[in-house]
Ligand binder design. Structure first.
Ligand SMILES: *[C@@H]1O[C@H](CO)[C@@H](O)[C@H](O)[C@H]1NC(C)=O
Length: 310
């Protein structure tokens, strides 16, 4: 009986050894899913190129807070990791012209807090002009997001740390849609958590700063009324919306990214990096999960040894 544990015991030792292999090319990525509509995809720096046709182009201006960093990667449309740079959604939100969003400023701020928070893997999924019904479980947008999220951890390892969500502008047109926004939102968050097998996944959502219809306040109330655990709502009121009265400017996107980073860092135990283990916290389920899994080989060794002795 006890002998049957031996191969498993050796396997555990091996697994334990390889998990600390210093030759491993990258440490495990800390992954963030970015989803929602245009303000998440990024419209900062869009200018009218041609007054007659009103076509837009991106001005190409990248503020220092949003500059590329070798520790910040992006899952591209072909599901490969590449170095990230704005516009993060260029090959995802392909039907629109993309500019600066909050993603790079977010990642740089998380790294600035503690460089050992890297490497960071961003998974852009936002699509401009989409309403919340189009993100419901079972829709193409939902499937695309879940597929990309799963691919992000399958590729070469990493852990999804949070969903960054900024959406709702398209749900402000009709009163009845605005009124059910909260229910649809909570349902969506619960579905994503279940499908990613991460029931307490931190979610940082952005309340509306603008909308395409008159019911912005109704949607904002729903956003602030979210009662799910581990959901933080960042308020961009006070940030500058561009001349189209809908999209945050580049400068505002940088500030928003930094606000989202602050909100995310509050999920982490103070003075501890994302990858620290051994400390249980009440606010961060992911650290306790890491703690549990990092102790697994040890626990198994103890059980195997005890079994060999009896
Ligand atoms: C959402 O958008 C779809 C596609 O444009 C449309 O059919 C649907 O009526 C919209 N729903 C809401 C709640 O706005």
């Amino acid at each position: 009986m006890a002998l049957c544990f031996i191969p498993f015991f050796l396997w555990v030792l091996k697994a334990h050894a390889t998990s600390f292999d210093p030759n491993q090319q990258f440490p495990q990525k800390n992954i963030f899913i970015l989803a929602g509509q245009s303000n998440m995809a990024g419209r900062g720096g869009l200018i009218i190129n041609d007054d007659r046709t009103r076509t837009q182009i991106w001005d190409g201006v990248v503020p220092s807070a949003s500059r590329p960093n070798p520790s910040v990667l992006r899952l591209n449309a072909k599901l490969s990791w590449v170095q990230a740079h704005e516009p993060l959604h260029a090959d995802i939100d392909v039907a629109s012209v993309d500019g600066v969003g909050p993603g790079m400023a977010f990642a740089n701020a998380v790294l600035a807090d503690d460089p050992s928070n890297g490497p960071i893997g961003l998974v852009p999924c936002a699509i401009g002009g989409t309403n919340i019904s189009q993100w419901e479980k079972g829709t193409p947008l939902y499937r695309h997001m879940v597929k990309r999220a799963r691919a992000s951890v399958a590729a070469d390892g990493g852990t999804i740390r949070a969903l960054l969500w900024y959406q709702g502008e398209s749900d402000t047109i009709l009163k009845q849609d605005a009124e059910v926004y909260g229910r649809r939102l909570e349902r969506l968050f619960q579905d994503i958590r279940l499908d990613l097998m991460s029931p307490m996944l931190p979610i940082i959502q952005v309340a509306l700063a603008s909308g395409v219809g008159p019911y912005v306040d109704t949607v904002r109330e729903a956003q602030f009324g979210t009662e799910l655990l581990n959901v933080r709502t960042v308020d961009p009121i006070g940030l500058t919306v561009g001349p189209d009265k809908l999209h945050l400017t580049t400068e505002s996107q940088v500030q928003l990214g930094e606000m989202m980073a602050d909100a995310f860092l509050k999920f982490l135990p103070k003075q501890l990096s994302i990858d620290s283990t051994g400390t249980q916290t009440t606010s961060s389920s992911s650290s306790s999960t890491i703690f549990f899994f990092s102790m697994m080989p040890l626990i198994t060794i103890v059980i195997s040894t005890v079994s060999l002795l009896v």
